[in-house]
Write a protein that binds this ligand. Structure first.
Ligand SMILES: [Zn+2]
Length: 322
């Protein structure tokens, strides 16, 4: 692990490296989409994701770029239900829905608690509702909302990494135990949990990045999560780009994303997804990239390891026996 003594990473340093935000409308989601995803019961279903326009998150995590599509002040009461209603009118039916608000669903400055009942009403026809939240904001409000919902609630939380110093430097202001406590609370009340894990966060080498992603998967499943999503760490938010310039960060290689996905599936502890968004950024070989991406998407859907893709770029690395 690189350990520069002079680099003081805090809210201010992270914010100082930011560019401008995009302009967004508090009465419209800034994006929505529908895709296929494997559910916890093993079926493959259409899943809607609505990217809600919301107030910026209070945490300023080092790797986060979600602030780009946020506003500085709380949205008016009623705006979030209006966004959801509008997006659902544009979309076909689905059984699962993710409401991602670039912040924490259970932060009352983000989603007004007075909106919970109208949101629950709009979601009545779904089987599962997934929202994102910081482990430190787990509590009574989760139960309040879950109690109003007809669908099952699943809360998505970032564990990021269990490397103690790296997690601290990510400025997420939590420890692995906070995550664990939060999972136990939610699961104890019948609420599902999905966990985001970073592959190769800053300050780690390729090998260390892979090792700590494995440790983090085990920790997340030991804590009781139902599902893990491994996200290859990206630059693009200013702070991460600065760390890259300083030699403190480089994105993981595509082969490491495949390896951690295979490792996670082999654990057979729960659902494991590799995040395949923007995956070409991690590839160095045009010959095999599309095939490798297809392979990973197939493994996401089937939750089974499929044969590796042989290619001269990584000839011996591609057997799936590692
Ligand atoms: Zn290749």
């Amino acid at each position: 692990m690189n350990n520069p003594t002079d680099l003081q990473i805090n809210d201010q340093w992270i914010r100082n490296h930011r560019g401008a935000k995009n302009r967004i409308d508090p009465y419209r989601p800034y994006h929505f989409l529908i895709e296929k995803e494997r559910t916890l019961d093993g079926s493959i279903e259409n899943v809607i994701t609505i990217f809600l326009s919301n107030k910026e998150c209070r945490f300023n995590c080092l790797m986060c770029d979600l602030w780009k599509n946020t506003i500085d002040t709380p949205v008016p009461a009623g705006a979030i239900p209006q966004q959801i209603e509008w997006a659902l009118e544009q979309l076909p039916q689905a059984k699962q829905i993710k409401l991602y608000n670039s912040s924490n669903f259970f932060d009352p400055a983000a989603i007004p608690t007075t909106d919970y009942s109208r949101i629950a009403e709009l979601l009545e026809s779904f089987d599962t509702v997934i929202v994102e939240n910081h482990p430190l904001l787990t509590g009574e409000r989760c139960l309040q909302f879950a109690g109003m919902l007809h669908p099952r609630l699943q809360v998505a939380m970032g564990l990021e990494t269990v490397h103690p110093e790296v997690l601290q430097r990510l400025n997420k202001k939590m420890k692995p135990e906070d995550f664990q406590r939060s999972v136990m609370f939610l699961k104890g009340h019948g609420i599902g949990v999905r966990t985001f894990i970073l592959l190769k966060p800053p300050f780690l080498s390729e090998k260390e990045g892979l090792h700590w992603a494995k440790e983090s998967l085990i920790y997340a499943f030991d804590s009781g999560t139902d599902c893990c999503i491994v996200i290859p760490t990206r630059a693009g938010n200013g702070a991460m780009d600065q760390l890259q310039v300083e030699g403190q960060f480089s994105p993981p290689e595509l082969i490491s994303v495949e390896r951690i996905q295979e490792y996670g599936l082999n654990l057979k502890r729960g659902t494991v997804f590799a995040d395949t968004w923007d995956l070409e950024k991690f590839s160095r070989c045009e010959l095999c990239f599309e095939k490798r991406k297809e392979r990973m998407e197939r493994m996401n859907l089937t939750q089974r390891i499929v044969p590796g893709i042989p290619c001269s770029c990584h000839s011996q690395a591609f057997s799936c026996d590692h």
